[in-house]
Ligand binder design. Structure first.
Ligand code: ADP
Ligand code: MG
Length: 393
């Protein structure tokens, strides 16, 4: 995070003026996201159940009359102003973080939207970067909103979401599914999004947690191995599906249920691949059951499914690691109704559902247990479920 001070319309306007020596004309916000349940299912044709959160990325914007885009992020002050031209929007390593917005400009143009002038843009976020709360989707969707609004474009929000994913896949080179951009781009206050990643059909489900809150627990561990392990899991699932397909035709692991999985597991014929596929199949089932439980106001069942998700990610999918396990296990011991890692894993964040009047004790106890086991501090935030991208002023 850039600092502990609140980011406001006034601070954005003042900071813009300091950087660019002129006045901004608009300010914008895009959230981060947590995933409540349905992890590593999005590239397996399964369901996910994420929501947007009130931590996110802000910008102040002024149009320019030429083709130049000049960007400054308060989160990367050492890099100063990064500049590129609308006539040359190819990926350039030295543009660092600015490749995310550059990719958004690139794909808007490639999809035929006229962008006939550049901008000066000041960015500031209060979302930890690289911690699994999707600061990258947040910045992509922030720029999607800026371009849509500034150029008065008629574009379906789901198409902006798809552009965000294209930036990630084809521009940055991260082989991720559509969940992050969808959660950030389509978020609605106090709702989570049940998304079928095969069909992109979705349903906004009201989240009524009674006297409970969702606590985000940040391991503060960088996800070093995340990309290579992520790709390894993807290919393991592809291989498991291929083997199942030799005896039973199905489009994705997410299309299997308990019965078909049990019946055809033998075709996978490899212990590790069976465990990976088992996670994909049952996590998808759990996501449906968890959504039903929430709709019925049955928080206890929801919590149990959240715990089962972590166990499956720990033992079958093996994407948690000591830091996330310490947080989840300690949360269970300290009275959380449910707790699990969220995001891709290997570091990043976990979430816990905690009774409001117990939050202070919970944070103190889990924080202490984490420091004792890992050697450095975890960070804790209360997650408010927020709206998607918006113009502030
Ligand atoms: P995550 O999406 O889990 O936070 P990623 O590695 O996918 O982690 O994305 C983090 C990257 O996104 C940062 O290294 C930076 O390049 C870019 N980014 C995110 N937020 C900002 C910001 N506020 N200012 C500039 N760049 C940002
Ligand atoms: Mg990301």
């Amino acid at each position: 995070m850039s600092d502990t001070q609140a980011i406001t319309v006034e601070s954005l306007k003042a900071d813009f003026k300091t950087q660019f020596n002129t006045n901004s004309v608009g300010t914008y916000f895009a959230p981060g996201r947590i995933n409540l349940i349905g992890e590593h299912t999005d590239y397996n044709g399964g369901r996910v159940f994420p929501c947007a959160i009130s931590l996110g990325t802000y910008a102040a914007v002024a149009p320019r009359t030429d083709q130049t885009v000049r960007l400054y992020s308060a989160n990367f002050p050492k890099l100063g102003i990064i500049e590129f031209d609308l006539t040359n929007l190819s990926y350039d390593k030295k543009d660092n973080w600015a490749n995310y917005p550059k990719g958004v400009f690139h794909f808007f143009k490639e999809h035929g939207y006229q962008l006939d002038h550049g901008f000066d843009i000041f960015v500031n976020g209060n979302l930890p970067n690289g911690s699994g709360l999707s600061s990258s989707a947040s910045i992509e969707m922030l720029f999607g909103k800026i371009l849509t609004d500034q150029f008065n474009l008629t574009i379906d929000q789901v198409d902006v979401v798809k552009i965000g994913m294209e930036v990630e896949n084809k521009f940055i080179g991260v082989n991720s599914g559509i969940m992050d951009q969808f959660a950030v781009g389509m978020g609605q206050k106090d709702h989570a999004i049940l998304l079928d990643t095969n069909t992109l059909k979705y349903e906004l489900v009201p989240i009524k947690l009674q006297d409970y809150k969702i606590i985000i627990m940040n391991t503060n561990k960088r996800r070093e191995l995340a990309d290579s392990k992520y790709n390894e899991r993807r290919s393991e699932c592809e291989e498991a599906l291929k083997r199942i397909n030799t005896v039973f035709k199905v489009d994705s692991l997410g299309a299997l249920n308990k019965d078909t999985f049990d019946e055809y597991t033998y075709a996978i014929n490899d212990d590790t691949l069976i465990r990976r596929a088992r996670h994909a199949v049952f996590e998808n089932q759990r996501t449906g059951l968890a959504t039903d439980a929430l709709k019925a106001g049955d928080l206890n069942t929801f919590g149990k499914l959240v715990n089962a998700s972590h166990v499956s990610l720990e033992y079958d999918y093996e994407v948690t690691g000591k830091e996330l396990d310490t947080l989840a296990h300690s949360a269970w011991q300290n009275g959380a109704l449910g707790a699990r890692m969220t995001g891709a894993g290997f570091g990043g964040c976990a979430i816990a559902i905690v009774k409001e009047d117990h939050i202070q004790d919970f944070i103190a106890n889990v924080g202490q247990a984490y420091k004792a086991a890992i050697g450095y501090d975890a960070d804790f935030y209360i997650a408010e479920i927020a709206d998607g991208p918006k113009k502030l002023a």
